[in-house]
Design a protein around this ligand. Structure first.
Ligand SMILES: O=c1ccn([C@@H]2O[C@H](COP(=O)(O)OP(=O)(O)O[C@H]3O[C@H](CO)[C@@H](O)[C@H](O)[C@H]3O)[C@@H](O)[C@H]2O)c(=O)[nH]1
Ligand SMILES: [Mn+2]
Length: 627
């Protein structure tokens, strides 16, 4: 029972088996002490510097080990009580949720995939008139717009179908790929086939249009929205395009069963070649402003366009945290893990398994997970830059979120365009104190740090049925480039004024500040690794030994630390559901990343620090053409 006599809407459970991990950590610590003692007391007369280098690398590894222990010391797992939420709040009392989907290039992110994601989030098990879906198209593509237009029609069939069959996942593409036709009910089977056929037809139309590369004139005539493309010079040079495809307040916006549809909005913010557009962060900020004028829901879910909803209850789950009477008011965001639908059996290029299943739960135990850019439900106030305070909550409870002035969709479109213009943010706090932060390639981590530094907490939720399924890069090069970008951005945060030890020192618990180092220190990890990879091997060739003989008792701590450390990693990986081969692949990827991605990230960081590179140095890997 909570403080005020309410039953809580969520529960926090500590991980089990911690005693094993803690004893392992203590034993490694003792091993490290022996190694240090050996390095100091057996200082050689010749090759001193090589020895010192080894010692420094080992000190670094020990420090990094210490950080991982802090992260994994006290992981917590959350579970929600959705039935209590439903019994406490009538459907009508549930608060609005705005859903932001970002896309940037129709060639790399096919419109069929984008609309499947959009349809998946439109079909959440949540009152549809409380949902508004916004698609930000940084590619300003009429093909994507056409696809969304098609989807807005298909939604009229898809949403009732999802309700009736309790469809899961609600992405039509994923659903028809994974679910066989229902055989026991002839009526249902027939309906199933009709919907599947309608979906396939739509997909074929979108795909052939995408192949064609342009929307034919006769289709352009069908919707006034296409006229906006008359003013588009290129994707880097065009005015804002804002189209409300479904206006949820319109009584005619209903599905085939007569139930309301969620609002659906298309936005391509203004771009001009001479003005920096700040990539995804810029897109999200434009969406925050535009949505505040259209639906202004108190909660915002944001997803990448390649990450469809896999669990139609995810919004209700997240609301269990925000609406909890006792502890909900201090929560700024609920982060879901990034899980992937396109992994190979043994996760050949890695899968972030340990990060997503364990480390972020550890962050949660230490004060709150970082924000990882997608699959995250934010409280609008905290995302917009407000500081946490008890008074704020009382105020916001009293505030009505629904817009009072009922404006016509067409006039909203005209009036709101200015909010997405590329000069709107000049001399405003947007990107600095307000909204998603600019100037960093990992805008998500930076934004999360800033939110937590303003006194807010966050929670990490890993429901049994994964909330979202996304895509991992499918080639080695793409993976290494993605990690180079993450590592560079993370280290840049460490060197900046937003370093958690400086910026977060007042409001973040010390263990959370330290936890961040596990990612912020990917870059410096490369130096110790490169040293350890190269120097002992060269020394071996010259006959110089840098380790004690295996027969000597000083060999034991080295052997113990190296072997037990890896065994623990293997056990952990398998315990988290991975395979032994998957672990071997992960080990290989770690070596690749530490010797290439992180090293190149280090060089870029250094160049930037010395002023040879302007900020931000690299655009997200896939988007060299969007600069
Ligand atoms: O100018 C741009 C560039 C990208 N995007 C969108 O941003 C998302 C992420 O971009 P992607 O190239 O897929 O980057 P990833 O490395 O896969 O992204 C991971 O890392 C990013 C930076 O840390 C986070 O923002 C993402 O959520 C996280 O999935 C995609 O939906 C893009 O459409 C834009 O909207 N505008
Ligand atoms: Mn991605």
């Amino acid at each position: 029972m909570g403080k005020n006599g309410y039953l809580p809407l969520f529960e926090t459970r500590p991980a089990r088996g911690l005693v094993f991990f803690r004893s392992y950590a203590a034993s490694i610590f003792i091993g490290i002490c022996f190694i240090c003692f050996h390095r100091v007391s057996y200082f050689p007369v010749t090759e001193r510097w090589v020895w010192v280098g080894m010692f420094v690398a080992e000190l670094w590894f020990s420090f990094y080990f210490f950080i991982t222990v802090i992260v994994k010391w006290n992981p917590v797992f959350r579970c929600t009580f959705k039935d209590r939420l439903s019994s406490r709040f009538e459907e009508e009392e549930l608060l609005g949720v705005d859903i932001f989907v970002c896309t940037a290039d129709p060639r790399l992110e096919p419109p069929t995939m984008v609309v499947s994601t959009v349809l998946s989030v439109m079909a959440y098990d949540y009152p549809p008139h409380k949902l508004s879906v916004y698609l930000s198209d940084d590619g300003c593509s009429d093909l994507t717009f056409y696809a969304l237009l098609e989807a807005s029609g298909f939604a009229q069939l898809w949403l009732p179908f999802c309700r009736k069959l309790k469809v899961e996942p609600t992405s039509p593409e994923a659903y028809f790929q994974t679910t066989p036709e229902p055989v026991d009910d002839a009526f249902m089977a027939n309906e199933w086939l009709i919907i599947k056929k309608t979906y396939e037809d739509m997909r074929i139309r979108i795909e052939s249009m995408t192949r064609l590369g342009k929307v034919p004139a006769d289709i352009r005539k069908e919707h006034k929205g296409f006229d906006e493309w008359d003013f588009v010079v290129s994707r880097h040079d065009h005015p804002s395009i804002l189209q409300i495809l479904i206006d949820g307040r319109d009584p005619n916006a209903i599905d085939t069963e007569g139930k309301a549809l969620p609002t659906l909005v298309y936005l391509a913010r203004e771009k001009r070649p001479q003005i920096h557009h700040n990539f995804k962060a810029g897109a999200l900020n434009a969406l925050i402003r535009i949505s505040s004028r259209i639906s202004n829901a108190p909660f915002i879910l944001n997803v990448d366009c390649d990450m469809h909803s896999n669990n139609s209850k995810a919004i209700r789950d997240a609301l269990c945290f925000f609406l909890d009477e006792d502890n909900g008011h201090e929560i700024a965001y609920v982060q879901y893990p990034q899980t992937f639908g396109n992994l190979t059996k043994n996760e050949i290029y890695g899968s972030l398994r340990v990060v997503m299943k364990l480390e972020l739960a550890g962050f949660d135990g230490n004060g709150g997970p970082c924000y990882i850019g997608t699959g995250c439900v934010h409280r609008r106030e905290s995302l917009c830059g407000m500081k946490y305070s008890k008074e704020l909550i009382v105020e916001s409870k009293a505030m009505k979120y629904d817009r009072k002035i009922i404006e016509k969709a067409s006039s909203i479109e005209e009036n709101c365009k200015a909010l997405a213009s590329c000069t709107y943010e000049e001399n405003t706090p947007w990107g600095k104190e307000m909204g998603v932060k600019y100037g960093c390639v990992v805008e998500d981590i930076l934004t999360g740090i800033c939110i937590q530094s303003r006194g807010w907490r966050s929670v990490y939720l890993t429901p049994q049925r994964e909330a979202f399924l996304g895509m991992v890069p499918t080639t080695l090069l793409d993976t290494l480039v993605q990690h180079k970008r993450w590592a560079e951005g993370d280290f840049q945060i460490f060197l900046s004024k937003h370093c958690p030890f400086v910026y977060g020192c007042q409001n973040m618990p010390l263990k959370l500040q330290l936890s961040y180092c596990i990612y912020l220190f990917w870059v410096p990890n490369c130096f110790a690794t490169l040293y350890y990879v190269f120097v002992p091997s060269f020394c071996l060739l010259k006959g110089i030994s840098l380790f004690p003989k295996i027969s000597s008792s000083w060999g034991i701590p080295y052997l113990y630390v190296i072997v037990v450390h890896r065994v623990q990693s293997l056990v952990e990986f398998v315990w988290l559901g991975g395979t032994v081969r998957g672990w071997l692949n992960e080990q290989r990827m770690w070596m690749f990343k530490r010797t290439t991605s992180y090293f190149f990230a280090a060089i870029d960081n250094i160049l930037k620090l010395w002023g040879f590179r302007s900020q931000p140095s690299s655009s997200p890997a896939k988007w060299p053409m969007t600069i």
